[in-house]
Design a protein around this ligand. Structure first.
Ligand code: 0XW
Ligand code: MG
Length: 369
């Protein structure tokens, strides 16, 4: 099997409802999809989609620019040899990990199709199906947060994330107490500011919410900030945006800084890197989620497949933006949240997602020999 062509598409994902984080109110994200075509007529699909230029370091234009360097390197390679693919991509561009991650995901899709195995089977087999996910409560009033927490738990969600930051910390404190009053036994929850607080605000927040059973996700912007607040907070600390690579993740575990992670596949290297994070977190019994910033059925399926193979005791869930947007690429097998859980897509080997002809219109770019 050899790659003959790589096609890059853009797809706007119309959002449903409000989705606010400390740094941005999410609009209609612009997703980048890659189609890797082979000489055996197998096709692999990958995707990367940022919520916008905040709070990720990449965005649609930067990803597509990075693909101009990384994508041509796949032409002529055997996509099943994913280590060889990474070597070739990284010889073309040192950074560009989000673009490389999308191509990595397409190669795993192809490996599955070539072996007639689902991605989860290639990763050791599913330990969960359906796979737990978590749902976000956006930034709002205490009453709004409590009402949404009740609605989500009534819908079967047992993992919640309350967004905070970008306003007076007293408002975040009030919202957290309001959610705490309605969280039911068995519901795990976290408060995530997407780097939005100063160290002072994070410490004040934790002190004012002492005894409330949530974890704090990425309360401040930098790894050093998180180290600075760690001795002064009374809540478990989850790293998200600071968990930029396996070395940093390993250091955060080894030092005891991290009590868990909010991981994004395309921030660290796609399915290949997320498999390594899964194994490290399993070995050290540090829970992690299996997320990405945003996206359609392809990236949601990739997160779901990897998340399904994690020991459930250490899975914080595989997030999908499916609950916040209209439609699917694959109307039959697309990623759906059912009672707070996400079934593994059943459309066949690889990611299990079947992309209809013309789904993404004309490609933005085509790379061929
Ligand atoms: C909840 N997410 C995975 C989706 C949004 O991009 C934000 C992100 C997070 O955990 O920060
Ligand atoms: Mg987060």
């Amino acid at each position: 099997m050899k790659v003959t062509e790589v096609r890059v598409y853009g797809k706007t994902l119309p959002k449903v409802g409000d989705y606010s984080m400390s740094s941005a109110r999410v609009g209609d994200p612009d997703s980048t999809i890659v189609e890797v075509v082979t000489d055996t007529d197998h096709v692999g699909w990958g995707e990367v989609c940022m919520t916008g230029p905040m709070a990720q370091v990449s965005h649609a234009a930067s990803v597509r620019a990075d693909l101009t360097l990384a994508a041509p390197r796949l032409v002529g390679l055997d996509p099943r040899q994913i280590g060889v693919v990474w070597q070739a991509m990284s010889a073309a561009i040192y950074g560009g990990v989000a673009a490389k991650s999308a191509l990595d995901i397409a190669c795993w899709d192809l490996l599955g199709k070539a072996t007639d195995l689902r991605v989860c089977d290639l990763l050791g087999g599913p330990l969960s199906n359906p796979v737990p996910t978590y749902h976000v409560i956006g930034i709002g009033t205490p009453e709004e947060a409590a009402v949404e927490a009740i609605r989500l738990q009534d819908a079967g969600h047992t993992k919640l994330q309350l967004k905070a930051g970008g306003r007076r910390v007293e408002a975040d404190i009030a919202a957290a107490h309001a959610v705490a009053d309605v969280v039911r036994p068995g519901t795990d929850w976290s408060v995530d500011t997407n780097m939005g607080w100063t160290t002072d605000q994070a410490i004040r927040f934790s002190n004012a919410c002492r005894g409330l059973a949530f974890a704090m996700e990425q309360p401040c912007a930098t790894y050093a900030d998180l180290e600075a607040i760690k001795p002064s907070i009374s809540h478990p600390l989850l790293l998200d945006e600071s968990a930029t690579d396996l070395a940093t993740i390993s250091r955060a575990i080894g030092s005891g800084l991290a009590n868990g992670f909010g991981m994004k596949l395309t921030r660290i290297g796609g399915i290949s890197a997320m498999r390594a994070v899964r194994d490290l977190c399993l070995a050290t019994r540090v829970p992690t989620s299996f997320d990405d910033s945003w996206g359609g059925d392809i990236i949601s399926a990739a997160c779901n497949h990897v998340g399904s193979t994690m020991d459930p005791r250490y899975s914080r869930g595989a997030w999908t933006s499916a609950g916040y947007q209209q439609g699917h690429y694959d109307d039959v097998n697309g990623v759906r949240i059912i009672d707070g859980m996400v079934p593994i897509p059943a459309g066949g080997p690889g990611l299990g997602i079947v992309i209809p002809e013309g789904c993404f219109g004309e490609p933005l770019a085509v790379y061929a020999s």
